[in-house]
Design a protein around this ligand. Structure first.
Ligand code: ES4
Ligand code: ZN
Length: 319
């Protein structure tokens, strides 16, 4: 039987597969810079986070209509179902669309259309976490959050993502205060490429409930004590770390060390269309590499449930 999985670190834009890029380009009469699928696939070699983000943002040009956002999200949910995902807390970057002239309500509405029937269509419950691009201004993020709060569309939380180094969490304190005042859950990418001090800031200045990535926390023993004591979850993304060269090879991945240190770490796919696979692929590769075995695979799955924003009864129904 498949383990019931929870996915907590998944950028919906990062599930845009090359085939769908070509299909949407044809449907929307968008001219791509690539002549063929193999030529596009040849771009998926990254030196660091920024080199990936350049391609990730560029490929979004094919998303134009509300139905495109629905199709993107449904394609992910269908693939997630085959992985055994029962609950997904999905990141969506509104500014990556509004900055290209797509209305917020077109993009957000299309994602919501798919999420609103996800339980019925795929047996997957969902939450939606809007992520603000930290390499754009906090004022822009604040205005976007206000626009979303005033809209008809429900969101469950906020986070920050995109280029990390040089854009510390402290810049976004006011945005997170507004989100907290509105009862939203709070997360932040921190300690992916950035230093442990960014994880401290996310915890102490933004008040986040979870850290996305956080693997550089391993450089700071006092921070590890804090994460363990307060049971702050880390949403770890092994394929992403390898492909963005945060670590050299999967064999060097610290996931087992993280579990052994008592961290509440879970495995996630980040941008599966870019990094070589979905959550099940990440877990299978870790199992092959480290011989995790059924007990540690179950622990990772259980940590995901524990780290989720589901209530206690919902968590119990997944264990
Ligand atoms: C992202 Cl891997 C990663 N890191 C930071 N921001 C992102 N947005 C999409 N994928
Ligand atoms: Zn991410």
């Amino acid at each position: 039987m498949k383990l019931p999985l929870v996915e907590l670190h998944l950028h919906i834009e990062g599930t845009l597969e090359p085939e769908l890029i070509f299909d949407l380009a044809a449907r929307n009469r968008v001219t791509l810079p690539w002549a063929s699928l193999p030529e596009l696939r040849g771009q998926y070699e990254f030196d660091d986070l920024q080199s990936f983000l350049n391609l990730y943002y560029r490929n979004l040009d094919v998303l134009r209509e509300r139905v495109d956002y629905g199709d993107l999200t449904r394609a992910y949910l269908e693939r997630a179902r085959t992985a055994g995902v029962r609950h997904a807390e999905i990141f969506f970057d509104p500014q990556a669309h509004t900055s290209r002239g797509i209305p917020l309500l077109t993009a957000l509405g299309g994602v919501r259309d798919a999420l609103d029937t996800s339980e019925a269509d795929w047996g997957i419950s969902t939450k939606l976490i809007v992520t603000f691009l930290r390499d754009r201004s906090a004022a822009e993020a604040l205005a976007m959050l206000e626009e979303i709060l005033a809209s008809e569309f429900r969101i469950d939380g906020i986070g920050i993502d995109s280029a990390e180094v040089g854009y510390p969490p402290e810049l976004f304190t006011e945005v997170f205060e507004l989100a907290r005042a509105n009862g939203l859950h709070l997360v932040a990418h921190a300690g992916e490429e950035g230093p442990p001090s960014y994880v401290w800031q996310a915890l102490d200045l933004l008040g986040v409930e979870r850290i996305d990535h956080g693997i550089r926390s391993l450089e700071d023993e006092a921070l590890l004590d804090r994460l363990v004591t307060d049971r702050i979850p880390l949403t770890v993304c092994p394929f992403s770390n390898v492909r963005l060269r945060v670590i050299d090879t999967l064999a060097d991945h610290p996931i087992v060390r993280m579990l052994d240190r008592g961290l509440l770490a879970c495995v996630n796919s980040d941008d599966p269309a870019y990094f070589g696979g979905y959550i099940d692929d990440n877990l299978a590769a870790l199992d092959r590499e480290f011989g995790l075995g059924p007990d540690r695979l179950a622990l990772l799955a259980h940590n995901g449930v524990e780290a989720s924003f589901l209530d206690a009864a919902e968590k119990a129904s997944l264990s």
